[in-house]
Ligand binder design. Structure first.
Ligand code: EPU
Length: 438
């Protein structure tokens, strides 16, 4: 049976929460591990369905993997690669698996990878990935829903991205690690996950310069220069921002640990403007608290270092009960307001016009049955449920499981009243969660 959350709103979140490794980094590091022969070990790996899907993709190449959930590590032995195909079965479940294209073309000079197609939040094309690979000398054929890329050799070149796409920047970084000469990616994405990938590759023996700026240069090295490594993933800034929102939205007070505060500067700044208190208490920990009703702000989602699209839905939930009117412009995706229809059912006053949303703050949301339509919209409905008056049921948790490790456990540890159940859950199992019954 499909799992659901039942949230009894109104508890202020208090205490401490420990943030896990960054989903959007670790998935790319796992794919990159196949560049070097030998056994690479990655630490700070969160237990997420997306991580399991990436392991399936890598196992499908004949590469041996081991996920130690206790240790939060994955081990990838890429000494031998026996297949160059990433099947639709996996790529269709998770777009991020398309990153295997650049890694395979680099290591094997050939790859057959299913085209991911669009998803709930937008069309999400991969044309920049393909054009960049062609510029590096790969011959590309699109056949039967698969990209077949082949290159007798890849040659470094200048690539200009029309928009700073995260996935295209990463795929092209991987494709050029073993190319002849230097590749210059202009208008590159600058996200912290790009820097993490460059650090990972450089530790492995690659020569990547400029990650974190709009121009990245990859000086090609030889296969024998690359070696297996041990590496620790950066913290998940979006999980951190989600908990910051939940604490501020419930007028709580909590310490968010294992984060890099600098990765959240823009989001933190908006929360402070709204009236939340945010204190740096250690280099990797902040304290978030909020006593009064938040004030409305306007913002536009932008590539890093701008306001992160992945936290847009959380901020919308906060605006839904803030003082005044806030306007959100979503500039990255065509369809990333999927939470709106559910927030309306919780009493919110939101008017959506294409990629703009006008949110008039009301005093309090009221609990309702709602459904996650995608990962971040789903997480925002959990935050809304924690803030609301009464009971909220959030359905379709498989979306949330893609990107939040033990979400309900972490919320319960902060005092939130949330339980996970399905129609098969016994009363005893519910009591183990928090002593309550459905
Ligand atoms: N785009 C194109 N052509 C391309 C590539 C991108 O038109 O070849 C467009 C997309 O359609 C989109 C925009 O460019 O409208 C931005 O896409 P980008 O390539 O930057 O995003 P991504 O790499 O597919 C990653 C994250 C997303 C996050 C975005 C933006 C991963 C696995 N995913 O996606 O995270 O929203 O960057 O920051 O890294 C999430 O975690 O919930 C999530 C969706």
């Amino acid at each position: 049976m499909a799992d659901k959350y039942r949230i009894q709103g109104g508890n202020q979140l208090k205490g401490e929460v420990f943030i896990g490794g960054a989903k959007n980094s670790v998935l790319k590091l796992m794919a990159s591990a196949i560049l070097a022969k030998g056994t690479t070990k990655i630490y700070n790996v969160p237990e997420l369905t997306d991580v399991s899907i990436m392991l399936d993709v890598i196992n499908g190449l004949g590469v041996k993997t081991f996920h130690d959930k206790e240790e939060k590590s994955v081990t990838i032995d890429a000494t031998d690669i026996t297949s160059i195909t990433a099947q639709y079965e996996f790529v269709s479940k998770m777009r991020a698996s398309f990153i295997i294209l650049g890694a395979l073309v680099s290591r094997c000079k050939e790859a057959i990878v299913a085209l991911p197609g669009g998803c709930a939040i937008g069309e999400r094309r991969v044309d920049f990935h393909i054009k960049g690979l062609e510029a590096l000398g790969a011959k590309i054929k699109i056949e039967n829903g698969y990209v077949h890329a082949k290159a007798s050799k890849l040659v470094g070149t200048d690539i200009y991205l029309d928009i700073p796409s995260v996935g295209a920047t990463e795929n092209l970084m991987l494709a050029s690690v073993l190319a002849d000469g230097s590749t210059r990616i202009q208008n590159a994405a600058q996200e912290p996950e790009i820097i993490d990938l460059a650090n990972f590759l450089n530790t492995m023996g690659a020569d990547v310069v400029g990650a974190g700026t709009s121009e990245i240069v990859i000086n090609g090295v030889k296969q024998e220069d690359l070696h297996a490594i041990e590496y620790t993933t950066i913290p998940d800034r979006i999980e951190a921002g989600t908990f910051m929102s939940a604490v501020a939205g419930t007028k709580g007070k909590a310490i968010i640990r294992n984060i890099y505060p600098a990765h959240l500067t823009f989001f933190t700044d908006k929360l402070i403007k709204m009236g939340a208190n945010i204190k740096l208490i250690e280099p990797t920990a902040i304290e978030v608290s909020c006593k009064n009703r938040l004030n409305s702000v306007n913002f536009v989602t932008q590539p890093y270092p701008g306001f992160p699209t992945d936290l847009q839905s959380m901020a919308m939930v906060l605006l839904s009960t803030a003082n005044g009117v806030g306007i959100i412009t979503e500039s990255l995706y065509e369809n990333r307001f999927m939470q709106v229809q559910h927030l309306l059912r919780m009493g919110a006053d939101i008017h959506q016009d294409r990629n703009h949303a006008i949110i008039k703050g009301i005093k309090r949301l009221t609990g309702a049955t709602v459904a996650a339509s995608d990962l971040r919209a789903g997480a925002s409905l959990v935050v809304a449920g924690l803030m609301a008056n009464g009971t909220t049921i959030v359905e379709n948790l498989h979306h949330i499981d893609r990107g939040y490790e033990k979400f309900d456990e972490k919320i319960r540890a902060l005092g939130g009243n949330i339980i996970r159940y399905s129609d098969d859950t016994t009363n005893e199992e519910l009591r183990v969660q928090d002593g309550s019954r459905i």
